[in-house]
Ligand binder design. Structure first.
Ligand code: C2O
Ligand code: CU
Ligand code: CU
Length: 578
């Protein structure tokens, strides 16, 4: 990482320095990015795919991210970034064969795979033990392991994209959790905005960064018919991601670890200066003066987005990452952590053709105490450009949507901490409940049980916590005295290893979820200085029984969705017992 201060304006220097102070993330701001013309490319529409049986290959290719840039080397599904949008219908299963066709990819040279992390290591070299051998460590250059996870899906663990279920091109090498070439998605759960992305152990930050992500819309025809939401041309899915590009317009990812003696290449959080929407930098979307349905996913590694429309017009949010909300809510801004989704209705009616509005972002990075977004780069996402109305808007937004299922009374409360192992210059690793990925499974809920998970954040950042298999309800959040609690934890360790009770450390009452967090969720923001409580029922969201054996296969995981964190231990196994 170079701070390259002289080449940058003052805010850039401050941004770089502040990032350096915070964690030392690689902030290789490219001043050229600020000068790129905005809103010159149309927002692409991902190709839509449906049907009972789909084969999708991950390949390397080049694509133009911007009119004025040369093609950028990428990895994507079916030759596109984002990959095609899979459309599925509730009750009709979809099977997907995810094929790894990354044969000798050139882009690997720009993606510093850190062999000192616990990772999907196809050649089986030693890992996890600090220094990577003699001389100057080199990033891994062998076959690339991949495994695709459908985020938000209720599936058998053999089809869940377990981080160790990877394979290399030609299915030559397979990870220890490998369970077959086809993934079966029952689509038995209620309608939802899902997305798929690579999930290979310890390298997801790099494979997703390279482009391996796409959306999956699970529809319920009965509901869609009843709701009459905007559809067809008026329903657009948008994957929002940040990237850094070098002078040649190629993807750049920091190559210098914050603690190079321990992890030569791992950086604790990646933040890019260039904002991609459906694979274009700061594109525009032509909109008629009418309602649109926008289905957003934050597919970034670590950047949060707090989105607004420049004239202050509200979003009507109808869904989050667990499907429809109980009722639409009007909100001036939508906050999305990595992995979170928002299903939004935006009403452009009344706007004159020729008007334009901007979708802006003002979330600091890291969230919530980091560097402010720069309107010239990270503060801008895309432009809405009003064109003449083409036929009447017959869409509606019903006043009630889908009631949240009753998750029942909790039988078990788990207290789970979020922590970091501090090195001299930054974190060495990020941990869930103080444990590493390889520690024996400790979250073993019983099928059908309801549990409360109390997520105790001991760090300074918000972590988006994601559970596979189930959606959950956010119960509340409560502030606590984190430093005092940490001291008590240290003291308790010295005594018996028991975790001190939280009760004496609360400094506020429990605060209910935000209005747009009152449906089901599968990814939730756990803020610093707070305990975040979830009610989780280990049962199908739609009621009844899972159409597969939850106890079979390699099992599930729960993790932080900051990809640099999940790649460096902030992921734990989750096993449902029957
Ligand atoms: Cu979107 Cu386990 O991840
Ligand atoms: Cu997931
Ligand atoms: Cu995290």
């Amino acid at each position: 990482m170079t701070l390259a201060g002289s080449a940058l304006g003052l805010p850039g220097v401050r941004a770089a320095l502040a990032q350096h102070e915070h964690h030392g993330h690689g902030a290789n701001a490219n001043p050229k990015l600020q000068k790129l013309a905005k809103f010159v490319d149309a927002l692409p529409r991902p190709r839509r795919l449906s049907g009972p049986s789909i084969e999708l290959s991950a390949t390397e290719f080049s694509a133009k991210l911007h009119r004025d840039l040369p093609p950028t080397l990428l990895w994507g599904y079916a030759g596109a970034v984002p990959g095609p949008t899979i459309e599925a219908v509730r009750g009709t299963p979809t099977r997907v064969r995810w094929i790894n066709d990354l044969k000798n990819p050139r882009l690997l040279a720009a993606l510093p795979v850190d062999e000192t992390l616990h990772w999907a290591n196809p050649l089986g070299a030693a890992h996890g033990g600090g220094h990577a051998g003699h001389g100057t460590p080199q990033p891994y250059a062998g076959p690339v392991p991949l495994v695709t996870h459908l985020h938000g899906a209720e599936v058998a663990s053999a089809s869940d994209g377990h981080p160790d279920a990877w394979h290399t091109p030609g299915f030559a090498q397979k990870g220890p959790a490998w369970a077959g070439e086809w993934c079966e998605y029952p689509n038995a759960q209620p309608a939802n905005t899902l997305w798929y992305h690579d999930h290979a152990l310890g390298i997801t930050r790099l494979t997703v960064y390279a482009g391996l992500a796409g959306m999956y819309l699970l529809r319920d025809p009965a509901i869609e018919k009843a709701f009459q939401l905007p559809e067809g041309d008026y329903e657009r899915e948008i994957v929002i991601q940040d990237r850094n590009l070098d002078d040649e317009g190629q993807l750049a990812y920091p190559r210098e670890g914050v603690e190079p003696g321990e992890h030569p290449f791992w950086t604790p959080e990646f933040f890019g200066e260039a904002i991609l929407a459906n694979g274009k930098l700061w594109p525009y979307l032509e909109v008629e003066p009418r309602r649109y349905r926008l289905r957003l996913v934050n597919g970034s590694n670590a950047r949060f987005f707090r989105l607004r429309i420049s004239d202050g017009r509200p979003f009507t949010q109808i869904g989050a990452d667990g499907g429809y909300l109980p009722a639409p809510i009007k909100t001036g801004s939508v906050l999305l952590a990595p992995g979170e989704r928002a299903d939004l209705i935006v009403d452009f009616s009344g706007l004159k053709p020729g008007r334009s509005l901007v979708l802006t972002n003002n979330a600091p990075a890291p969230f919530p105490e980091g560097v402010a977004a720069d309107p010239r780069t990270t503060g801008t996402v895309l432009q809405f450009r009003v064109v003449p109305l083409n036929g009447r808007d017959l869409s509606t937004v019903p006043s009630t949507l889908v009631a949240r299922p009753d998750l029942g009374a909790s039988k078990v409360t788990r207290v789970l901490t979020l922590g970091e192992d501090a090195g001299k210059n930054g974190p060495l690793t990020a941990l869930l409940d103080g444990k590493r990925w390889s520690a024996p499974v400790s979250e073993t809920p019983r099928l059908g049980d309801t549990e409360v998970w109390e997520i105790v954040n001991l760090t300074g950042d918000t972590h988006p916590i994601h559970l596979h298999l189930v959606s959950f309800a956010l119960l509340n959040r409560q502030r606590f005295a984190v430093e005092r609690y940490k001291r008590a934890m240290t003291a308790a360790e010295h005594r018996a290893g028991a975790r001190p009770p939280l009760a004496p450390y609360f400094t506020s009452r429990a605060r209910p979820p935000e209005a747009n967090e009152r449906g089901l969720k599968d990814t939730v923001r756990a803020n610093p200085n707070e305990v975040t409580r979830l009610t989780v029922r280990f049962a199908p969201t739609g009621g009844g029984a899972f159409p597969f054996d939850v106890a079979a296969g390699p099992g599930y995981v729960w993790h932080c969705h900051i990809l640099e964190h999940e790649d460096n231990e902030m992921m734990r196994p989750l096993r449902i017992v029957t």
